[in-house]
Design a protein around this ligand. Structure first.
Ligand code: AMP
Ligand code: ZN
Ligand code: FE
Ligand code: FE
Length: 289
């Protein structure tokens, strides 16, 4: 089995890249992808650790994209994340865009911190940023944890519901690229783009399939159908959509360490087992540069 979706301390996970590889090997994975938000910085460290265990490390990252327009329901409201695989060069077209995205993230985080300050929430965001290795390494999960610790939310999900989710008082938007732009940058860098956790779009099966078909035409290579949190029937339906729209199926846990403590590398909630063949089928879609 494999796991194509994990986060480390480079973004909003709690384990260093090396540890992700150790956990993947222990779980019995033959390959693991490190997919930190907006960053390839953990890849060399993870690759080195993977070598020691005989694990295959797949370079990756995850990017938040502008909401696409659904053919039947108009603009999509939910979060839209795209995973990119097989790109490790920070000087590639994708790598250079990621640097811009990290600068945007740092700016968003400073605004978010200022907003919390204005709202009178006692969160020390400078310390938060220092602990994350700088403002660009912070994600909303860091803020969520700090809000819980400050007593401003009862738990992690509550922190999003009260403060951080779209439409809430401390929400500051950040997405700047479209899915097709990321797919083009991935392709120009020798990689492929995959729609992450497709149920997050909040669409019914019909509109979702029509949207996915449109995205497939604009360069998307895969659909993350075998997602850690999805029920068997949801995974099956997404696999069917991928087959009908000509996309590869991918899968992973979306492991974030202590930020999402119910998920494990490889096994997700316990029932995840992404087959090895998924990776070969995805790799077959890489462009030849
Ligand atoms: P960011 O990229 O900093 O905006 O943060 C994105 C991260 O926040 C992702 O890992 C999501 O899983 C997490 N997240 C976003 N919305 C929610 C929510 N409503 N509840 C819990 N976690 C969320
Ligand atoms: Zn994350
Ligand atoms: Fe995501
Ligand atoms: Fe993720």
């Amino acid at each position: 089995m494999i796991d194509l979706h994990t986060h480390s301390t480079v973004s909003d996970g709690s384990d260093p890249p090396e540890r992700i590889c150790e956990m993947a090997a222990t779980a019995g994975c033959s390959a693991v992808a490190l997919t930190d938000h907006d960053s390839l910085a953990g890849i060399p460290r993870a690759a080195e650790a993977a070598k020691a265990t005989g694990l295959r490390l797949v370079p990756g990252c995850e990017v938040s994209c502008k909401a696409p327009t659904s053919p039947s329901s108009g603009p999509v409201a939910g979060s839209v994340h795209v995973l990119v695989y097989f790109v490790e060069d920070p000087e590639s077209p994708l790598g250079r865009e990621l640097a811009v995205l990290r600068a945007d993230r740092a700016e968003r985080n400073r605004k978010l911190a200022a907003r919390l300050n204005e709202l009178g929430v006692a969160v020390d965001c400078d310390t938060l940023a220092a602990e994350a290795g700088g403002w660009e390494g912070l994600g909303r999960p860091h803020f969520a944890r700090a809000l819980v610790r400050a007593g401003a939310a009862s738990d992690f999900d509550d922190a999003f519901k009260l403060w951080l989710a779209e439409g809430r008082p401390a929400y500051v938007p950040k997405a700047r690229v479209t899915i097709s732009e990321i797919a083009a940058l991935a392709g120009a860098s020798g990689g492929v783009a995959v729609l992450a956790h497709p149920m997050s779009l909040g669409l019914e099966p019909g509109p979702l399939e029509r949207l996915v078909a449109t995205l497939a035409e604009s360069g998307l290579a895969g659909l993350e159908a075998i997602y850690g949190r999805y029920r068997p029937e949801e995974r099956k339906r997404l696999c069917e959509i991928a087959a009908r729209t000509g996309l590869a199926v991918t899968g992973g846990s979306d492991y974030h360490g202590s930020f999402k403590p119910d998920l494990e590398v490889g096994t997700g909630l316990g029932d995840l087992a992404v087959p090895d063949e998924v990776l070969d089928a995805l790799a077959a879609r890489r462009p030849s540069l």
